[in-house]
Design a protein around this ligand. Structure first.
Ligand code: SAH
Ligand code: SF4
Length: 400
């Protein structure tokens, strides 16, 4: 897959004011399971004997072809298409801003109806990271986050609401629309090949919607991203980890970040509820983990906080007996944070120690820092940054 060749650092969609938001007049079919689609077809009078076939057609148009209107669904009879259009839409979340980083990363700001007051809107971010051999979409599960990890920008935004399954699937559909990435791409290649639930929010605190959405994303008659290419990242909601393995079956990533409870309590306050020992036990019990399907342990590199060789030693010790790989994430700064990213030679030493102990330990290349699109930088008020703040951010991204 080719990296993007668009102009660098471009803002392709200028943000429209929140006040201009017009709530959707009809419900969207995006995010419904086959059973729910059959029920909706029943609601508009499709006979029970026909529903299965019609669901199959709808599924194909919605998730495989990415149809953006019922008119495009030419294999479905005109009468049914008209009935569908009268009651439903195939709308995805509205794209209100699109930014492209100077490294090709794209960030979309999406607008959604607020749950309790339909006249109001919420906003959420979604990021596409092109690489030479893949394209990863980083998807949000909540508007904001109830947890407040001290190094995470999203954590400074209080939870506004959980996303619905449709709004989660909708993020992948928006990316495919914007990247011209549906099944009929002429060269047969795909741009979105991987999905990571690493955007805003804690996916395991929105379990049902995340499960329903990921089952649609992984369905091989539709969006068709294999479960091995979908990763769910959690800060450690222990009771839902094994459940995720059983009911969703995707790859698991754990935001570990510290090897002692005292420090982890500070960095990831959820640790007070589910300490390291319980978290690692849930990982040992995770169904389907094996040498070929390792659990990723994410470890953010914070200068002078968690990056000593003693930390690396204890990390290796803790992970003994778990099918694990370690992903070192250089800390991504955001306005107002007190943390700094570890020095590169320290990151290298840390990584080398882990590697010599037999673990794969790639250092994640920061992507999209200049547009606040990197891990932990997402926050839907970012568009409110002034021109001067944006400039400062770019300078920060360049010096790191
Ligand atoms: N809530 C989930 C998923 C979203 S965060 C979780 O915490 O796992 C995705 C990853 O980015 C997590 O590993 C998170 O700890 C990490 N992260 C958060 N803030 C960061 C920052 N400023 N720099 C680098 N990584 C960060
Ligand atoms: Fe929430 Fe994850 Fe950020 Fe922690 S790191 S505040 S769990 S989004």
């Amino acid at each position: 897959m080719q990296p993007t060749t668009e102009p660098r650092d471009a803002i392709l969609v200028e943000k429209t004011p929140l006040e201009t938001y017009v709530p959707p007049a009809k419900p969207s079919l995006i995010g419904l399971s086959r059973t729910e689609l059959a029920d909706r077809l029943g609601d508009i009078g499709v006979a029970p004997a026909q529903r299965k076939m019609r669901v199959q057609q709808l599924w194909h148009w919605l998730h495989f072809r990415g149809a953006q209107s019922f008119d495009d669904m030419t294999s479905i009879s005109k009468g049914i298409r008209a009935e569908l259009a009268e009651h439903f839409t195939v709308d995805r979340p509205e794209v209100v801003a699109e930014q492209i980083s100077n490294d090709g990363t794209r960030k979309w700001l999406l607008r959604l109806p607020s749950g309790d007051n339909v006249e109001k809107a919420h906003e959420v971010e979604c990021v596409y990271i092109p690489e030479t051999d893949r394209g990863t979409l980083c998807v949000s599960s909540q508007v904001g986050c109830t947890l407040n990890c001290s190094f995470c920008h999203t954590g400074t935004q209080r939870l506004v609401r959980n996303l619905t399954a449709g709004e989660i699937v909708g993020q992948i559909m928006v990316a495919r629309d914007r990247l011209n990435d549906w099944a009929d791409r002429e060269d047969g290649t795909r741009r979105v090949t991987n999905v990571v639930m690493m955007g805003m929010g804690e996916p395991l605190y929105n379990f049902d919607a995340v499960r329903d959405a990921l089952l649609i994303v992984g369905d091989n008659e539709g969006i068709g991203i294999s479960r091995r290419r979908i990763t769910l990242s959690t800060s450690g909601v222990v009771p839902n980890i094994v459940r995720a393995g059983e009911e969703i079956g995707v790859m698991l990533a754990i935001s570990l970040h510290a090897v002692r409870d005292e420090l982890r309590n500070e960095l990831v306050p959820l640790n007070r509820k589910y300490p390291i020992k319980e978290l690692l036990q849930a990982c040992r019990d995770y169904p389907g983990a094996s040498n070929a399907r390792r659990i990723t342990f994410e470890y953010v590199m914070l200068k002078g906080v968690n990056d000593s060789l003693d930390d690396a030693k204890l990390l290796v010790k803790l992970l003994k007996g778990i099918h694990a790989k370690i992903n070192l994430i250089p800390f991504n700064p955001w306005p107002g944070t007190a943390y700094e990213c570890s020095d590169w030679d320290q990151i290298e030493k840390f990584s080398e120690y882990i590697f010599n102990a037999g673990y794969s330990s790639p250092v994640r290349t920061p992507r999209g820092r200049d547009i606040l699109a990197a891990c932990g930088q997402l926050k839907s008020e970012t568009e409110k940054l002034s021109a001067r703040e944006r400039q400062a951010l770019r300078a920060m991204a360049m010096t790191d």
